[in-house]
Design a protein around this ligand. Structure first.
Ligand SMILES: NC(=O)c1ccc[n+]([C@@H]2O[C@H](COP(=O)([O-])OP(=O)(O)OC[C@H]3O[C@@H](n4cnc5c(N)ncnc54)[C@H](O)[C@@H]3O)[C@@H](O)[C@H]2O)c1
Ligand SMILES: O[C@H]1[C@H](O)[C@@H](O)[C@H](O)[C@@H](O)[C@H]1O
Length: 334
């Protein structure tokens, strides 16, 4: 059986997912699209030989669509995720699940009403082979209890529409989710340190910044977010534990040796750096949906990330630590 996928918002991320689904991933095909930009929907539909739906509601409720992928902008996700749940269809939603914790709570309420987990949030780093190996080493107790984690999230540049809060809720959200998963704990406080700003940024941005988070057991996670570093898409992570340390190695593109020395070609964007993780993530989702089961990050994970992001955004203008508190986890997500 081929899973018939309907995609809402086939922009940059959506088209990259379509490319993967139609070339390297098995078991699914994007057969319908919708977009507020109707010309874009028509163009993508023509490319894939599928249907351009007039609205996301029509796409979600079509009997010719088995499952939904949402790759529109974050603020547009909530109504479409809820409509997919109400239609009883599995839905893969790109991060963020929704821009506020309150919106994520409404999504969890709809899912609890439906009585089953239908929503997967696109936190792809959980599917990256290097992060998975780090997690295995930690979970096997090979380096003892984690004490500190030092992360860096560097992008070459960002466009002018990228606002100051996006450093947290669009960029650091990846480390926020990955660290919850890697450490198996929730965060209890957030603080933001603001170093000297690069001159190579738009005036409205604090760039770089360092988000400092503490977990329930006291692990300190620092996340340097530097989105105009110019030179590459550079993702770093080192977990320092009681008897050892483990870190992501250099990015995996080729290493060249010549008279200038040995050096790696760096990745330049998320699709290059996390291409393998995206493939595994979407393949696992298609396989799971075909077998009528949930996989990947849940709405609870989307909610938890949003709560930490809200605190991180508050910390941008607060003095010192902002406490983080979450609602009790509903039984559906236990
Ligand atoms: N996992 C990752 O590393 C990663 C990387 C990039 C983007 N993303 C996420 O993917 C999503 C899309 O980002 P992008 O870079 O592809 O943006 P984009 O601007 O390239 O594409 C978004 C598309 O959604 C459409 N759209 C906007 N509002 C809509 C609505 N209400 N209904 C239907 N269509 C709508 C736009 O017209 C556009 O075609 C965002 O949530 C973003 O955070 C994730
Ligand atoms: O939406 C993108 C995406 O999530 C990338 O993975 C991240 O590196 C960028 O900072 C963000 O703007």
């Amino acid at each position: 059986m081929t899973l018939r996928i309907g995609m809402i918002g086939p922009g940059g991320m959506g088209r990259a997912h379509i490319e993967r689904i139609h070339s390297v991933i098995s078991g699914g095909r994007v057969v319908g699209v919708s977009d507020v930009n109707a010309d874009n929907a028509r163009a993508v539909a023509e490319q894939i030989g599928g249907t351009a739906f007039d609205s996301s509601t029509d796409l979600i409720n079509s009997p010719d669509i088995d499952a939904i992928m949402i790759t529109s902008h974050g603020p547009a996700h909530e109504p479409d995720v809820i409509a997919a749940i109400e239609a009883g269809k599995y839905v893969f939603c790109e991060k963020p699940l929704a821009p506020t914790a309150e919106a994520c709570v409404r999504i969890m309420e709809a899912e609890q009403k439906a009585g089953r987990k239908l929503v997967t949030v696109g936190f792809m780093r959980r599917f990256d082979a290097s992060y998975r190996e780090m997690k295995q080493i930690i979970d096997d107790g090979e380096i003892g209890e984690p004490l500190m984690v030092n992360c860096a999230h560097r992008n070459p540049t960002v466009p002018e529409f990228y606002t100051w809060d996006m450093a947290i809720n669009d960029t650091a959200i990846h480390e926020i989710d990955t660290m919850r998963w890697l450490l198996g704990e929730e965060f209890v406080s957030a603080r933001v340190d603001k170093p000297k700003k690069t001159s190579l940024r738009f005036e409205h941005l604090q760039d770089p910044l360092v988000l400092i988070l503490y977990t329930e057991s006291g692990v300190r996670v620092s996340d340097e977010v530097f989105v105009n570093c110019q030179y590459g898409y550079d993702i770093q992570c080192e977990v320092v534990a009681e008897t050892g340390a483990v870190r992501l190695s250099d990015q995996e593109l080729v290493q060249r040796a010549d008279k200038l020395g040995r050096r790696n070609r760096l990745t330049m964007d998320h699709n290059q750096r996390f291409g393998g993780a995206f493939v595994t993530e979407v393949q696992e989702w298609i396989t799971a949906v075909t077998e009528d089961r949930h996989t990947g990050s849940s709405s609870w994970d989307g909610y938890a990330a949003a709560v930490v992001c809200d605190a991180g955004v508050q910390a941008l203008t607060a003095d010192g630590e902002v406490p983080i508190s979450m609602m009790d986890k509903p039984a559906l997500y236990a």
